[in-house]
Design a protein around this ligand. Structure first.
Ligand code: PRP
Length: 180
């Protein structure tokens, strides 16, 4: 049975739509960051696919680095506290940082990260997020580059997982969980 075609996966944004939108974002970023010191910071693991496609659409000199974070658990998540599991390898001092995320949900992860990166003396810190789920927002986050605004449904694919599965889907799908 195909992993990519399953009855419980309803395609929300298909592969062509994703790639077309990323090209548009890449073009905009190429224009906006001309002459700047662009540092992409990708938030593992979900943003890995978006990062690799987006950076190929940015026609500028740039660096890319990766950070892995985890919330301490449900209670800590609502407080916005996150733990850095793998920090960046490179300094952000004086750099024009563009944080690359797969999804902004409550906004708590990005709220923490943006504050953290600004303290590292970055010249500027902005966000590119493939998906935005504004109905779930708990913390305000300015997202400079948004791929798609989506409804409050559980989505997987193109980097996003359910229990670590489905990250390899080339499209974004709504996952219909079996009712218990
Ligand atoms: C997801 C996503 C964001 C965060 C967004 O990561 O990649 O980092 O949650 O949620 P928030 O806006 O409510 O803070 P997740 O913790 O699922 O880890 P993963 O990327 O490794 O799957």
């Amino acid at each position: 049975m195909s992993e990519f075609i399953q009855p419980n996966l309803k395609v929300l944004i298909d592969r062509a739509q994703i790639q077309e939108r990323i090209q548009q974002l890449g073009n905009q970023i190429t224009t906006d960051y001309h002459g700047k010191s662009l540092a992409l910071v990708s938030v593992l693991k979900g943003a890995s696919l978006f990062t690799s496609d987006l950076m190929r659409c940015v026609d500028l000199p740039l660096t890319v680095d990766f950070i892995a974070v985890s919330s301490y658990g449900a209670a800590a998540k609502s407080s916005g506290e996150v733990r850095i599991l793998k920090d960046l390898d490179t300094s952000l001092k004086g750099r024009d940082v563009l944080v690359v995320e797969d999804i902004v949900d409550t906004g708590l992860t990005l709220n923490y990260l943006l504050d953290n990166f600004r303290r590292r003396d970055a010249a500027s810190v902005q966000v590119a997020a493939l998906l935005d789920k504004p109905e779930r927002r708990l913390a305000h986050v300015d997202v400079a580059y948004t791929g798609f605004t989506i409804p409050n449904e559980f989505v997987v694919g193109y980097g996003l997982d359910y229990a670590e599965r489905y990250r390899n889907l080339p499209y974004i799908a709504v996952l219909q969980l079996e009712e218990s």
